[in-house]
Ligand binder design. Structure first.
Ligand code: GLC
Length: 440
């Protein structure tokens, strides 16, 4: 697709969503991602609301069918057909007593975008309908936020911890890879790496059948991620059991920024329907707002992820350093510093911003998944954050350049920030949905 006519771009995006529609939910991309993903469906609903509000609502309510009895929302709800038995068996959600009875899911979560999507749909509804929409979703949403604090903030410090890189949504982002290499590399994976046997892993990797290997995580990373998943599964996804032995838990920057914003949406939803959020949860939500500051590193003037185990900042800069803008929770002075980072050569100096990591990072690779390419969802979050702090011109410019990137190169999963060349899966749902949203 090389099109500058907004109507043609919207038509193309609508076609992608239609093609990926499975009735009540949408796959991120048919071949590579044939199931329902948590934050994907939230972004998809944000676009779908402009086309069909009711369908946007089902995109979210269908996510709730996968909710665990302890409140967790899993990052994947599996297609039940026989063809995907292997995918379901990889996770075996049934090993946990909390997993839902008749449906297979993963055993971990993903960034809490649900509250944002609920409110964006709410904006399209008149007050009585909005209220009943909120009433319908609220119990599940509240249970999810309660689970996050109860299960993933064991020391009541305010920052949620993640137990697997997939939970961050930015799967192979450098802080996760460096943490994994330092603390959680099984000896046999290191051995495979040393003996250069990693090529063999191509025989069992499904993703590389759909996308060139250079655009995905490396075989060694994939193997280490699989080992981390197996550890979770062996402990039946019980975080307490895991944390007592594991050296691998991260206070993820992007996740906590999204949570802060989600918490403020949760407050707004509760207020609209006249519900009082339990005091305990409110206190913990407030703590998160203050705790974000602990991820700020004054010497480098950046936000970072932090290791839960060592309590040390993981000094690997990524696009997540800009997401505190989206949280809406930082001072104007701090926001100004982030906007300066955004406008610097290493982020905005490329032809198609914003690269998922700065171009001067030693990890940078224009095509490699979350280690360089530009993604429409992170751009969308940052555009929103810029508007929140009154940077309208910067937001308009980024929005325009994001739309150009899609119009000129297609509705792809991600793009080279240097040339705009599309990479990852073609016909990607959140790229389509958020393009529609940006054009509105
Ligand atoms: C990739 C992305 C993740 C997304 C999933 C489905 O794993 O890293 O964020 O949710 O694909 O699209």
């Amino acid at each position: 697709m090389a099109n500058s006519d907004p109507k043609a771009v919207v038509d193309e995006a609508k076609n992608v969503l239609k093609h990926n529609d499975r009735g009540n939910w949408t796959v991120p991309a048919g071949d590579l991602y044939p199931h329902q993903w948590l934050w994907d469906s939230c972004f998809i609903a944000i676009g779908l609301r402009h086309i069909n509000v009711e369908r946007a609502q089902t995109e979210l309510t269908s996510l709730l069918r996968g909710q665990w009895k302890n409140g967790m929302l899993p990052n994947i709800i599996f297609d039940p057909s026989e063809a995907y038995r292997q995918d379901r068996e990889l996770w075996r959600s049934y090993v946990s007593p909390y997993s839902p009875e008749h449906i297979s899911t993963s055993g971990i979560t993903q960034p809490p975008m649900l509250a944002e999507a609920v409110v964006r749909i709410g904006e399209k509804l008149k007050m009585p309908e909005r209220r009943s929409w909120y009433v319908q979703i609220y119990p599940a949403l509240l249970a999810y936020h309660e689970w996050l604090y109860h299960d993933r903030d064991p020391h009541k410090e305010g920052l949620i911890i993640l137990l697997h890189p997939y939970e961050s949504g930015l799967d192979n982002s450098p802080p996760w890879i460096s943490e994994l290499r330092k603390h959680s590399m099984p000896w046999w994976v290191s051995m495979i790496e040393r003996l250069h046997l990693d090529g063999l892993i191509n025989l069992v990797r499904r993703d590389n059948r759909h996308v060139p290997p250079g655009q995905r995580m490396s075989n060694i990373e994939a193997l280490a991620y699989w080992a981390a998943l197996r550890r979770l599964r062996r402990k039946a996804y019980n975080s307490e059991a895991l944390l007592s032995r594991s050296l691998f838990a991260v206070e993820d920057l992007a996740f906590n920024c999204i949570l802060i914003r989600a918490n403020s949406h949760l407050r707004q939803i509760a207020k609209t329907i006249g519900h009082i959020i339990p005091d305990e949860l409110l206190a913990r939500m407030e703590k998160t707002q203050k705790a974000l500051d602990q991820l700020w590193d004054e010497p480098s003037g950046q936000y970072y992820c932090r290791s839960f185990i060592s309590h040390k900042i993981i000094e690997e800069p990524t696009i997540a350093t800009l997401l505190p803008l989206y949280s809406g929770n930082i001072s104007k002075e701090r926001a100004k510093r982030l906007v300066e980072i955004l406008k610097s050569r290493k982020y905005f100096g490329v032809s198609y911003p914003i690269p998922s990591i700065p171009v001067n990072s030693s990890y940078f690779d224009e095509f490699k998944y979350w280690q360089g390419p530009s993604w429409v969802n992170t751009n969308w979050l940052i555009i929103d954050g810029l508007r929140r702090y009154g940077y309208e011109n910067e937001a308009d410019l980024l929005s325009q350049r994001t739309l150009e990137m899609v119009a000129q190169n297609g509705v792809s999963e991600y793009f080279s920030p240097l040339s705009g060349k599309p990479a990852g899966a073609a016909d990607f749902s959140w790229t389509a949905a958020l393009t529609i949203d940006l054009l509105k």
